[in-house]
Design a protein around this ligand. Structure first.
Ligand code: GLN
Length: 488
């Protein structure tokens, strides 16, 4: 196995013993990207010069500093909706195709100051809208397990890059499942943190009340290490909380899980693929083996979750994306004869059809006469959904569910049917509506040899417990390897 395929934890030991260097790791990653990216299409931008100079700086720190972050010298990829100073940040949109941010997102800034090395920016659905990473002006991301299939979305580039060894870890963002679903499709670990745990400063906003940045990694320990690197209060994002300051990597190995795990019956009903259902049940029985007590639970408002999510997220998107007016940011149509035409032509050309659909939907929802019928009602549903989850947490420490009704689907299979695509988000949107942490851990393969993940959802700020439970599953499942062709 190449060192670029190792976990962060394994790599740290080699770096500390000076058996490899960040420069060597970075060169290997860049070489792998040169070989594989045309097949996977995970990276939009590769910043080799930036990476190599950061790697050299990291090697100096590794040679001189004692108390050094475990992320020092580790090569990473960043979803292309997180600002990186001096490195193009496109949101996979024509609107921002040439945008070079003058600042770093807080999460990125923290990783860079830990000494992580920025290899480049990862492909995604335009502005985070989608579940397949097919809505990108840079072309679709392909699943490394089967390149005829999608990698999931919207953080498909992040999950595919980690799964195929193009980087050691990645950051994604999750507004309705965009970290978790691609992690599940690509057989890697993904965490959507509690709303407010990680600063959103410098993330191109989609739906501000639900957006969260989180890690995509090869295993649970790495997920904890990256979360340590990005979590915490930020004066530039007033929704971040103070005083959590936990070491998420500490105590993961304690295998005695004295916890109660709920299985919401609405999440295991019709529409769920048999292989996915069986793999999730099997993973749950592993929790039981580690000491957990299982019970059936109920989330009766599940039926409203997708509608509420799309109404609220589209409303927020219509407002957030109003800033792309062809003047202050991004693409400007050169043929406009007056101000109105400038808006119309710039936004008309600059946004893809999926983004325009949401802006139109959101604008309609918020307009006089519809606001009460749609937006306010969705907010009420959101409150009921949140109450449902919190009620579950009176009897259970966490809830275990599938991530998506099926494994990775074929490229093009759903792109003509946005409604079907939206409905697939049924198991993931609840955590965003309620602001809860949700971890995805690989738990098996289906008959086609494609990876399946299990989702663990907990109370606000229970990331540590989720990671411990995820670790217990991971120890029993072992590392997933492709059965057929392909790559790991
Ligand atoms: N798939 C969902 C959507 O299309 C969620 C996307 C996300 O989490 N960014 O809106």
């Amino acid at each position: 196995m190449s060192i670029i395929d190792m976990t962060i934890k394994e790599t740290i030991d080699l770096l500390r013993r000076r058996e490899t260097s960040s420069r060597e790791l970075t060169e290997l990653a860049l070489e792998r990207i040169r070989q594989e990216n045309s097949r996977i299409n995970a990276f939009i931008t590769v910043c080799a010069d930036v990476a190599l100079s950061q790697a050299e700086a990291a090697d100096k720190r590794l040679g001189t500093e004692d108390r050094i972050s475990p992320l020092c010298g580790i090569p990473m990829g960043i979803k292309d909706n997180l600002c990186t100073r001096g490195v193009r940040t496109t949101c996979a949109s024509k609107m921002l195709e040439q945008f070079i941010p003058p600042y770093d997102a807080t999460a990125v800034e923290r990783l860079l100051s830990s000494g992580s090395v920025l290899l480049g920016k990862l492909n995604m659905d335009e502005f985070g809208m989608g579940s397949s990473s097919e809505n990108s002006i840079f072309g679709s991301v392909r699943n490394p397990w089967d390149t005829e299939r999608v990698a999931g979305g919207s953080s498909g580039g992040s999950a595919a890059a980690v799964a195929s060894g193009l980087c050691s870890f990645a950051l994604g963002s999750d507004t309705g499942g965009s970290i978790r679903q691609p992690a599940s499709f690509c057989g890697v670990v993904g965490l959507k943190p509690t709303y407010g745990l990680v600063s959103r400063y410098g993330m191109a906003a989609f739906a501000s009340s639900m957006d969260q940045i989180g890690p995509i990694t090869r295993d649970v320990t790495d997920c904890a290490l990256v979360l340590n690197g990005i979590a915490g209060h930020d004066p530039r994002d007033s929704t971040t909380v103070r005083g959590i300051g936990e070491d998420y990597s500490h105590g993961l190995e304690q295998d005695e899980l004295q916890i109660r795990v709920g299985l919401p019956k609405e999440y295991f009903g019709s529409g769920l693929d048999e292989d996915v259902k069986n793999a999730v049940y099997k993973a749950v029985s592993m929790l039981e083996e580690a000491g957990a007590v299982l019970g059936e639970s109920s989330l009766p408002t599940t039926d409203y979750a997708v509608e509420a999510h799309f109404i609220i997220s589209s409303s927020e998107a219509s407002s957030n994306l109003a800033r792309y007016d062809g003047i202050r940011y991004g693409y400007q149509n050169a043929n406009a004869k007056n101000l109105e035409e400038l808006y119309r032509l710039s936004r008309g050309d600059g946004f893809g059809s999926g983004v325009k659909r949401r802006i139109l939907l959101g604008t309609h929802i918020l307009s006089a006469g519809y606001r009460d019928q749609l937006y306010i009602k969705a907010l009420r549903a959101r409150k009921m959904i949140t109450d449902d989850f919190m009620k579950n947490f009176e009897s259970f420490d966490l809830i275990a569910t599938p991530v998506y009704p099926e494994t990775a689907f074929r490229l093009g299979e759903k792109s003509g049917n946005p409604l079907e695509m939206y409905l697939g988000d049924i198991y993931t949107v609840g955590a965003n509506l309620a602001g809860l942490p949700a971890l995805v851990v690989p738990c098996g393969l289906d008959r086609k040899g494609l990876p399946i993940g299990i989702q663990l959802v907990g109370k606000p700020f229970s990331e540590k417990l989720l990671l411990r439970a995820g670790y217990a599953i991971e120890q029993r499942v072992g590392r997933l390897k492709p059965k057929t062709k392909c790559q790991g």
